[in-house]
Design a protein around this ligand. Structure first.
Ligand SMILES: C[S@@+](CC[C@H](N)C(=O)[O-])C[C@H]1O[C@@H](n2cnc3c(N)ncnc32)[C@H](O)[C@@H]1O
Length: 314
């Protein structure tokens, strides 16, 4: 039997090149996971540089640390939610950084965990990534109104069948609570007519994704994190964000636009609000994986990366 460890296969690894600097630098992998991107970052950093590894799941950070230990960089591990990234760094005396990478979404370890992130494995509908999430997915399915559930599926999952699915959940929970991934999967399969099933993903994918975002407040977390970290970027420093759904990517685009064009004054009048651009977006259309990458790594199919650079506005 092979003893080779299979790690999460990193997506759009070449985006790490945006965080390659010819000088000693401090770079943050805000979603280090098992360190796929961290290894690539460490490979390209000047000796004596600092690589900060952040993740909500501490066991993964240990794996990431082991994998980058071959490179001459100082490694700092931070277990925590990236929503508070700027504070987490400042608490450790890090006031300025040269680069930050966010690789949102699920790792391969999440998919096989018993937290119920994926319907491919029957498990309790928990989905909490860390203790910052108070209510599990099963709690939300039990406690929220039909309208609230429908809003989650529509706004966070772009689910066209949001209302019928929410109605079926409310009807079902009167008979018994919905507590397992297999139950929710079967419910969505029953509600959405076969001809309306998406061709490329399972019919329950969007509902599961929306619930995960709701449980962990993921979309606000990424927005708050980017807003908080940009002031810590040195001029010329960069932030790279990988998204795996239109919901994630929309949030990233909104916050980057807000930081790039913060002035709220009418276009034809001189600026009186005094808000200056903090960043310049380097990837107008986003970076997408090649067909070869998607062929090799199915998880890459929905990925899009956006990169922004801190500018001086003195
Ligand atoms: C897609 S995986 C990252 C994989 C990693 N880039 C690699 O190549 O191995 C996403 C990771 O981010 C972590 N994560 C997601 N949201 C987070 C958050 N708000 N705060 C901290 N970690 C988070 C997850 O625990 C997971 O390990």
């Amino acid at each position: 039997m092979s003893t080779e460890t299979i790690y999460h296969n990193p997506v759009l690894i070449e985006t790490c090149d945006y965080l390659r600097f010819p000088h000693i630098s401090t770079v943050v992998d805000a979603t280090a996971g098992e360190g796929g991107h961290s290894v690539r970052l460490a490979q390209d950093m000047q000796p004596g540089s600092t690589l900060v590894l952040v993740d909500a799941v501490p066991e993964r950070l240990e794996i990431a640390r082991r994998r980058v230990s071959d490179y001459p960089v100082q490694c700092i591990l931070i277990t925590g939610n990236f929503r508070r990234l700027a504070e987490l760094l400042k608490e450790r005396g890090i006031e300025q950084v040269d680069g930050v990478l966010y690789d949102q979404g699920l790792s391969s370890a999440d998919l096989v965990s018993d937290r119920g992130f994926s319907f491919q494995r029957d498990a309790p509908l928990d989905m909490r990534r860390d203790e910052t999430a108070s209510r599990s997915a099963a709690d939300l399915l039990r406690e929220l109104s039909q309208a609230e559930l429908a809003r989650i599926f529509r706004d966070l999952g772009d689910e066209k069948w949001a209302v019928p699915i929410a109605r079926a959940i409310v009807r079902t929970r009167k008979l018994h609570p919905i507590t397992r991934t297999s139950e929710l999967k079967a419910l969505v399969e029953r509600v959405v007519p076969r001809h309306a099933w998406p061709p490329d993903v399972h019919v329950a994918t969007r509902v599961m994704m929306a619930l995960r975002y709701a449980v962990n407040d993921d979309i606000n977390a990424i927005k708050e994190s980017i807003r908080g970290i940009v002031p810590l970027l040195r001029p010329g420093a960069r932030v790279v964000v990988l998204s795996y759904s239109s919901t994630e990517d929309r949030a990233v685009k909104v916050v980057l636009r807000e930081l790039e064009s913060p002035c709220t004054c009418p276009k034809k009048l001189p600026c009186v609000c005094g808000r200056k651009p903090l960043i310049r977006v380097l990837t107008r259309r986003g970076i997408r994986p090649t067909p070869e990458e998607v062929e090799r790594n199915h998880r890459a199919r929905s990925a899009v990366a956006r990169v922004a650079e801190r500018i001086t506005n003195a």
